[in-house]
Design a protein around this ligand. Structure first.
Ligand code: ADP
Ligand code: GLC
Length: 517
């Protein structure tokens, strides 16, 4: 689909400008209908590997006006060093090989309460939440991750069961990805029926372990079967979450449908099809919070808005300077990403010579597979002044790149939701992306970005060529930029679907409990 400049009506959002650190973010809940424990392995306030960190910071805050929602995370070194006071409020005994631990409570400047799982031998380490390897979830994982995340899952279940000695007990668990997958299973084995939502952020990372680990993790032998935690003779944390949670969500409508197919289902599509048929699987899209706003983002070289984006130029100059690129009137393309197979970085590397030849420039920021990192370095050496690469994770730089670039490249093979394309749009950089998952749901082809259908070079190059031609047709380019910047991807839109879901599964649990009496 394409548009002309005159097709676009301007609709500038009037978001109240609230920053994550401001004290007034968490209004007193008007309907404290549910007490919810949101369990996560990362949160952008302290430790972020990818989008789950952003989601864990923003979604509970968005929901806090409607629910008494608190967070549980492991007490990583970054958490302990955050400067926030931690009060010890509970303790949990050892179970099988899972060590005893304590529960601390801390309160963020905006009032959000975070429970931290204090277990120095498991969590207080130099390195990322999942391991020392770059790219986060993949290679280089800690070799005791089964113990680390089983401990997190069991703690969530024990808190829900009222066994931790806290003066607060959740009525519902909201669990995120494989790292929390065992929580609803432990709850079941503890004999409790607290309802739970299990959100899949990325089905490709499953937490698979040898079945011999079950005993160490306190998993009953009787649960190791095809309708329990077994996945092709292995123990699967992800499958446990899907099987035992009351309801499964994922982070976009399209991905919710895709994971029920063999192509995207990572071997769990049959189970997910059953969940969908039972009405127990759906997609609730992610959003972005007010900290991602070019009008107020303090990390930018210069602020700008959908009505006046002269400041974008200063950010582009900064990015060109940082990456050693020559001054240019051509388009600046960017990739901000974990550099892993999922993200299609190989397609971008292959497209780079054509982009440069056509007068474009290209910057990469990310880390991941070592082979890919080396390829990016070589590319930058081969095209000095036209291609730049930063291997590493740097939030401020990433924000400046969204603000300074004209186009964001995101040819992901699959993308459960994707936040980068939403940030790029908000910062006036048009995404060029594969029509899959959340990318298909959040980019309007020819209006706020460009979508291509097949993950191959020809299809991708066609979209890039289209981007070049739009860039040279200034009026249309500006109309698209304005449309992208004024898109509505705020978390507020997710509050109603999550609230309805929480109410539904709580009501069902109540009926079940009554029936059992
Ligand atoms: P995923 O969670 O699969 O990595 P998303 O698009 O949902 O993908 O989220 C990626 C998040 O990580 C975004 O906030 C993006 O800005 C950020 N990010 C990715 N790579 C880097 C990097 N090298 N430096 C800083 N931020 C990064
Ligand atoms: C995962 C997905 C990404 C999603 C993020 C947050 O890391 O790869 O698509 O946006 O989780 O839900």
């Amino acid at each position: 689909m394409t548009i002309t400049a005159s097709d676009l009506t301007l609709d500038v959002p009037h978001d109240t400008q609230r920053n994550r650190d401001e004290p007034s973010v968490l209004a007193t809940p008007s309907h404290p209908s549910q007490r919810i424990l949101f369990v996560t392995p990362e949160i952008a306030d302290f430790v972020k590997v990818g989008g789950l960190g952003d989601v864990s910071s923003a979604l509970p805050r968005a929901l806090a006006a409607h629910h008494d929602i608190r967070i549980l995370i492991p007490a990583y070194r970054e958490v302990l060093n955050s400067g926030l006071t931690i009060r010890r409020v509970g303790s949990l005994p050892a179970h099988a090989d899972l060590p005893a631990c304590e529960v601390g409570e801390m309160t963020c400047a905006d009032g959000l309460i975070i429970y931290v799982l204090l277990c120095p031998e498991l969590y207080e380490r130099e390195g990322g939440p999942y391991g020392t390897g770059p790219g986060g979830y993949g290679s280089g994982g800690w070799n005791d991750n089964d113990i680390r995340f089983a401990r997190l899952s069991l703690a969530a279940a024990e808190i829900a069961a009222g066994h931790a000695g806290l003066d607060w007990q959740p009525q519902l668990l909201h669990l995120n990805d494989w790292t929390c997958g065992l929580a609803p299973a432990y709850l079941r084995w503890l004999g409790h029926t607290v309802p739970s939502v299990f959100t899949i952020h990325n089905l490709a990372y499953q937490g698979l372990y040898d079945k011999s680990r079950c005993a160490a993790l306190g998993i009953p032998e009787s649960a190791f079967h095809i309708e329990g935690v077994e996945y092709y003779d292995k123990l699967s944390f992800m499958k446990a979450g899907i099987v035992y949670a009351s309801y499964v969500t994922t982070v976009s409508a399209t991905y919710a449908q895709e994971i029920t197919t063999p192509e995207f289902g990572c071997g769990l599509d049959g189970l997910l099809r059953c969940k969908a048929e039972q009405g127990r699987l759906s997609g609730i899209p992610n959003g972005i919070d007010d900290s991602w706003d070019p009008r107020t983002d303090a990390h930018l070289v210069q602020a700008f808005s959908a009505n006046d984006w002269r400041g974008k130029r200063a950010n582009a100059d900064y990015v060109r300077h940082r990456f050693g690129l020559a001054p240019s009137a051509g388009p600046l393309f960017a990739m901000v990403s974990r550099m892993v197979h999922q993200k299609g970085v190989d397609l971008v590397i292959e497209a780079a010579p054509s982009i440069v030849q056509a007068g474009g420039q290209l910057v990469f920021i990310g880390s991941g597979e070592q082979r890919v990192e080396a390829q990016l370095d070589r590319l930058a050496e081969r095209y000095p002044g036209a291609v730049g690469a930063y291997i590493g994770f740097a939030e401020e730089e990433a924000r400046c790149i969204y603000a300074g670039s004209d186009f964001l490249l995101m040819p992901s093979r699959f993308e459960p939701c994707g936040l980068s394309q939403m940030y790029a749009q908000r910062f006036g950089s048009l995404p060029i992306a594969h029509r899959t998952g959340g990318l298909a749901d959040t980019i309007e082809d020819g209006v706020t970005g460009f979508l291509f259908d097949e993950v191959n070079q020809a299809s991708f190059m066609q979209a890039i060529q289209q981007a070049f031609s739009v860039y040279h047709s200034t009026e249309l380019f500006y109309a698209m930029r304005r449309a992208a910047m004024t898109g509505r991807y705020h978390w507020r839109q997710s509050i109603a679907p999550y609230t309805q879901l929480y109410q539904r599964i709580s009501a069902e649990a109540g009926v079940e409990a009554q029936a059992a009496e």
